[in-house]
Design a protein around this ligand. Sequence first.
Ligand code: HPA
Length: 288
Amino acid sequence: MTRPPSVPVPDSKSSVPSVTSFPVEEAAQALRERLGSVPEVLVVLGSGLGGLTEAVEGPQVIPFSELPGFPAAGVAGHGSRFVAGTLEGRSVLLQAGRFHFYEGHPAAVVAGPVRVAAHLGVERAIFTNAAGGIDPRFGPGTLMLIEDHINFMGRSPLVGPVAEGEVRFPDMSTAYDAEYRDLARRVALEQGISLERGVYAGVLGPNYETPAEIRMLGRLGATAVGMSTVPEVIVARARGMRVMAVSLITNAAAGISLEELSHEEVLEAGQEAAPRLEALIRGVIREM
Ligand code: HPA
């Protein structure tokens, strides 16, 4: 895509806060020294989904605190670390714990771990998250394959100078890899795991939405809502990574059910449904 001539081209000396405020290179180097080889797949685990780390063979645990640029993550249910090893015969890099905009982190930090994985040479990413169900058919425990997203966070992690290895205007028309979507559905079918499909609306949070906001998101085509994943997927696509993502619906979104929303409820539903999501991800990794 060509740039309109009137738009100034930011250069590396620009004062815009950007990826340059996250030490991607240094963190990737630190990981590389620990891992020895480049993992095939990055798997980002959402709230309450950290159990998959226990299935990794020959696990190497690298706490975020041992990597340059990684702040200590602070949401209940998140243990913040990478776990590298073998899963279903493939070398994987699991990321337990992630950074959210609602914690006050700048975009460079929110997208930092994905950039680090991409810099390492990881070419595929699976994202998981906990989300509220907007489609009234999606009750707690539903697994929803993300087919597309709507960025309602009011920001993009790509704002600022173009980071090394990224493109200025990444195409998002098939952000969620079509082959991986087919694969996920086939694996789900084979394993008898019911898997819905839909559109994830990424919102800033940290408050849950109002019923009016949920009605709006539903009318705009969203079937689930959550506070993560979108910035990570944007960066993954800007880096040319192939992406798959699944939401675990932990609650009916505001106004869809009459119940009040609580973080505890979100974590509980996560626990119940996590084994199904883990089985799905393992099946996908096996055949990726
Ligand atoms: N809204 C936003 N994020 C969420 C929700 C929700 O209802 N449930 C889990 N994460």
